[in-house]
Design a protein around this ligand. Structure first.
Ligand code: AMP
Ligand code: MG
Length: 481
């Protein structure tokens, strides 16, 4: 029987479920930074209490004085533009709250929402989620975090036989647009309103004083999502599966699957090989999130209309106009944020209308010549000479710079802070994965350390900052994970 999670600090339809144990678990990766968030004592690399390995493997449900009552929540959603009905946590099990954060074991076995899935995750995808969560955080991009990956020799069958791993992920809340859609589509109004009120109380307290708190909530979610999406574009991050069930209500980057960072710039880049139509291509992410927010607004239509009728005496069509205005704040914020970050990446302080053309020309030229996205911006901010193909654009850029009145050193320094040197390129992740599959986890730890500090030049081989060699360029990622 589904129950309501008042006792777990939020109201979701959910089922209690125990993680399925795995035999002989071992550490694959561990983040002492996330451990610090959770107040877990470490010796600098692993928890001091050895029982954490069993806890995070799903083999025991207590640690110290704390006993957990794990559960999985129901949500629904639109997948690839189609209503998919009920989905839910099919393999992520909430352990519970630690130090104010929700902690989930992803890949800890089947739940009531697993449908035909095995509830497991493979080592490869768990390492990718672990490293990318921490890399994104270090880039200043809102994201769920990852505490650890625990491996086991339990076989898991995807295209081939692989082994299971469990990624412990951590967030202030894992609520998604899909949670709201779940109640909206079933016309469960009291659950819907309770979830919206929960969100306001715990994550958007600034809406409490608004005369229309639900409308204000919608608008604030739009703003957060717009900021995060613009930040993705600014580091060449492509999520790959931007379904509404993978869209956080807190504007976090969530559910890392076949994601990828652009190497050579291709505006149409599709990182998910199952996305034949390119719905989630790099250049479409901005508009897709707007579409997802439209789904959110539709799901919360009734509470919004009631609120606007009661407090503003608006009729149905007047209310719809107000909701559309709230949704439009997404577009405004996304455009503003996108332009602001890219101006910073180029070291432009003044806001001139002609900058837009300069940025468009930049994208166009980089696309035509498949210029490496990260290396180009970083090179520019280190005062290096740009690739010859960029010469024409560079002339326009130099002219534009002459209008600025701050010195070159200061400009370059500012630029470096928004033009990372190290990102989680697919071939780097792949190398760490292949070593981990042979039980050597040193490269996972090394990559984590590098990605935790993406801006400053580190004492590691230059290869960590370089694009892949041609033979490593086209690593294929399926949706299977
Ligand atoms: P995703 O697109 O990877 O976020 O997953 C979409 C839905 O499928 C979610 O409801 C997941 O919980 C579920 N799912 C994905 N993989 C599995 C699996 N191996 N076992 C059970 N459920 C899964
Ligand atoms: Mg998902």
């Amino acid at each position: 029987m589904p129950f309501h999670l008042d006792s777990f600090h939020h109201l979701s339809q959910a089922e209690l479920v125990a993680p399925s144990p795995v035999s002989d678990p071992y550490w694959v990766g561990f983040s002492d930074k996330v451990a610090a968030l959770l107040n877990i004592d470490t010796n600098g690399s692993l928890p001091i209490d050895p029982q954490y390995l069993q806890l995070l493997a799903g083999n025991q449900l207590h640690i110290g004085q704390q006993t957990f009552q794990p559960y999985a929540t129901a949500y629904s959603g639109h997948q690839f533009g189609q209503w998919a009905g009920q989905l839910g946590d099919g393999r992520a099990i909430y352990l519970g709250d630690i130090n104010g954060y929700e902690v989930q074991l992803k890949g800890a076995g089947p739940t009531a929402y697993s449908r035909r899935g095995d509830g497991r995750a493979v080592l490869r995808s768990s390492i990718r989620e672990f490293l990318c969560s921490e890399a994104m955080h270090a880039l200043g991009i809102p994201t769920s975090r990852a505490l650890a990956v625990v491996g086991s020799d339990l076989p898991v069958f995807r295209e081939t036989r692989e082994t299971a791993a469990i990624c412990t992920r951590v967030a202030p809340s894992f609520l998604r647009i899909g949670h709201i859609e779940h109640y909206g589509h079933q016309d469960m109004q009291s659950e819907l309103e309770a979830t919206l009120e929960f969100l306001i109380q715990h994550h958007y307290p600034e809406c409490q004083n608004s005369p229309t708190p639900f409308l204000s909530l919608l608008e604030k979610i739009c703003i957060r999502v717009a900021n995060t999406t613009a930040q993705w574009q600014s580091v060449g991050f492509c999520h790959g599966v931007l379904n509404t069930d993978n869209t956080s209500l807190l504007g976090l980057t969530l559910d890392y699957g076949p994601f990828g960072f652009l190497d050579g710039f291709d505006i149409n880049h599709i990182c998910n090989h199952s996305d034949h139509a390119g719905r989630y291509a790099y250049h479409r992410q901005g508009e897709i999130l707007h579409w997802n927010l439209y789904c959110l607004a539709s799901a919360m239509l009734s509470p919004l209309q009631n609120e606007l009728a009661k407090t503003q005496q608006l009729n149905e069509s007047e209310a719809i106009e107000r909701i559309k205005t709230a949704l439009a704040s997404y577009n405004r914020q996304y455009t503003q944020q996108w332009q602001s970050i890219f101006r910073k990446k180029l070291g432009l302080r003044k806001e001139l209308p002609e900058d837009i053309e300069l940025l468009e020309k930049l994208m166009q030229t980089m696309h035509e010549h498949r210029i490496d996205f990260t290396q180009f911006f970083r090179g520019l901010s280190e005062g290096q000479s740009a690739p010859i193909e960029m010469a024409e654009w560079l002339k326009l850029y130099q002219d534009r710079l002459s209008v600025e009145d701050f010195c070159k050193d200061e400009r370059l320094q500012n630029m470096q802070s928004v033009n990372p040197k190290y990102i989680l390129r697919n071939h780097l992740a792949q190398h760490a994965i292949e070593m981990a599959q042979k039980k050597d986890f040193s490269e996972v730890a090394k990559l984590l350390k590098i990605l935790e500090n993406p801006i400053e030049t580190q004492n590691v081989s230059d290869e960590y900052a370089l694009p892949p060699s041609p033979d490593m360029e086209h690593i294929a990622f399926s949706c299977s994970s």
